[in-house]
Design a protein around this ligand. Structure first.
Ligand code: ATP
Ligand code: MG
Length: 173
């Protein structure tokens, strides 16, 4: 449906406030004034935002920072999560969107499904998602959604170009 995307984003972001406080992680979120109207699937978008934020908090320890930026421009809606957590080793970066992939030896619990699902849901929106990370320093996930698809395809294909993971929906749907 065509609607303002910000209330959906804000609700998920604010739901992490108590966790931020509990874990002594500084959460900084900035939102533009006004509305960002477009087409998106609310339930799917909620899963995407939830997965990115839960990763940022899971892989960032006490004293760290999780920064959330939202903006809109010619390419549509941009959502960025930057954390000062453990980061991802260089060799693992190309694989983090793969199903069941987890960085070896990580102590945090998980199944390695979150980012694979996240990418699929972003692709369905004809969007893109990419990651930049440095081991021991932190991680940035950038998502872009054009918000122009009034009906999402049922399935979508991922076209990876290195780490940029550009994605296009399956035209047969
Ligand atoms: P779950 O299915 O519960 O989300 P998960 O968090 O292990 O499990 P993904 O969310 O798919 O799985 O992430 C895949 C892997 O990428 C993680 O296991 C972790 O090694 C790495 N990763 C993802 N996000 C971050 C982050 N913000 N900082 C550091 N490593 C990350
Ligand atoms: Mg996860």
């Amino acid at each position: 449906t065509f609607q303002d995307i910000l209330p959906t984003i804000k609700a998920i972001v604010y739901s992490f406030e108590s966790m931020a406080e509990r874990e002594n992680i500084d959460m900084e979120a900035t939102f533009p004034e006004g509305e960002i109207k477009g087409y998106f699937d609310k339930a799917k978008l909620e899963k995407v935002i939830y997965n990115l934020l839960s990763n940022a908090f899971k892989y960032t320890s006490s004293g760290g920072t999780v920064k959330i930026d939202t903006e809109t421009g010619e390419e549509g809606f941009k959502f960025t999560v930057t954390d000062t957590g453990k980061g991802i080793p260089k060799a693992d970066i190309p694989h983090v969107f793969d199903r069941f992939y987890r960085v070896e030896g990580s102590e945090e619990k998980g199944s390695g499904i979150g980012l694979a699902l996240t990418r699929e849901l972003v692709v369905l929106h004809n969007g893109t998602i990419s990651v930049e990370s440095e081991s021991g320093k932190g991680t940035i996930f950038r998502m872009n959604l054009p918000l122009t698809l009034d009906r999402l395809p049922k399935t979508a294909k991922v076209v990876s170009d290195d780490n940029k993971r550009t994605v296009i929906p399956d035209k047969n749907n």
